[in-house]
Design a protein around this ligand. Structure first.
Ligand code: SAM
Length: 282
């Protein structure tokens, strides 16, 4: 634990417990007590644990070491080449899930699209938690798409490889919920944590343009094209982008006035808007 603390790992005790549980093949909860850390480990486990701690001290993401990332009620396989799903995105998924459930109750089914799906986290959560939802997911990057294909196999989610700004034309005007956690980091805001800066793919982080919102602007336009009138759009953004994200949505003239919703820690982290009027003509 001290090795991780010295390396600047944010939650050294938690990470040490997770890695020990991983080596022993038990959940962190089943470890029982931290005293386990002081006991002798079975043959081979001590060396395996030390090797993992050393890698974690070099700031490899914990989830790359265990190969999994928890997200709501599901677990995603993750590793190099894919963005590790974050707890704050669970609340973005919640907004999409609540709306999809409401639509299913009202109409018997709902069409949900997850743009920029990465590991497939949001799409899998919606498909798992909302029976009656028909879920589509789009990912541009080949490596991330491969992780999503692995995670979404057998889930019923339709996964498409392509640019989320231009795909799924067959669903134009027919979608009830579009949810997205796109890249949105501005070019001058390189994340400080090595786990993020060195291990999350650049295509997952940087939203392009001076404000980081060039890709999100394209996603917002695509969502307007996909949504039926009254359909809901929810998109994650950085804490400092709340006003810019609302302005971005409102500037399209295609949505009712956008609002901002908070994540579970009370930070403004997503823009929410309903599609207004008639579907866009093409
Ligand atoms: C911030 S990550 C989010 C991944 C996942 N939705 C999550 O919340 O964990 C953004 C994802 O968008 C993908 N991406 C970037 N530009 C894209 C585009 N134009 N079309 C589709 N996917 C894109 C990246 O490869 C990355 O997987």
């Amino acid at each position: 634990m001290r090795v991780l603390e010295r390396a600047g790992v944010g939650a050294p005790r938690v990470d040490a417990e997770v890695l020990l549980g991983f080596v022993l093949g038990v959940s962190r909860g089943a470890l029982g007590s931290l005293l386990v850390l002081d006991r002798e480990l079975p043959d081979g486990a001590a060396a395996a644990f030390d090797a993992l701690v050393e890698r974690r001290a070099r700031r490899e993401p914990l989830q790359h070491l265990t190969g999994v990332a928890p997200f709501r009620h599901v677990e995603l396989a993750v590793g190099p080449g894919v963005f590790v799903p974050r707890p704050e995105t669970e609340q973005v998924a919640q907004v999409a899930i609540d709306e999809a459930r409401r639509v299913v109750d009202e109409r018997g089914s709902a069409v949900v699209v997850d743009l920029c799906t990465g590991s497939g986290a949001i799409a899998l959560a919606v498909a798992t938690e909302v029976p009656g939802a028909r879920v589509h997911a789009v990912e541009l990057d080949a490596a991330a798409h491969a992780w999503a294909a692995r995670n979404l196999a057998g889930s019923g989610v339709t996964l498409v490889k392509g640019d989320a700004r231009t795909t799924l034309r067959e669903l134009d005007g027919a979608v009830d919920v579009v949810v997205s956690n796109p890249p949105y980091v501005p070019p001058d805001a390189v994340p400080r944590d090595p786990e993020v800066a060195e291990h999350d793919p650049a295509v997952a982080l940087y939203g392009l343009g001076a404000d980081g919102l060039e890709v999100p602007r394209g996603i917002t336009a695509a969502a307007a094209r996909l949504l039926r009138p009254g359909g809901l759009y929810v998109m994650e953004h950085a804490e400092v982008q709340d006003a810019a994200a609302r302005a971005m949505v409102d500037a399209t003239g295609l949505y009712a006035p956008a609002t901002t919703a908070d994540d579970l820690t009370g930070r403004p982290r997503m823009v929410v808007a309903r599609r207004a009027g008639a579907p866009v003509e093409h």
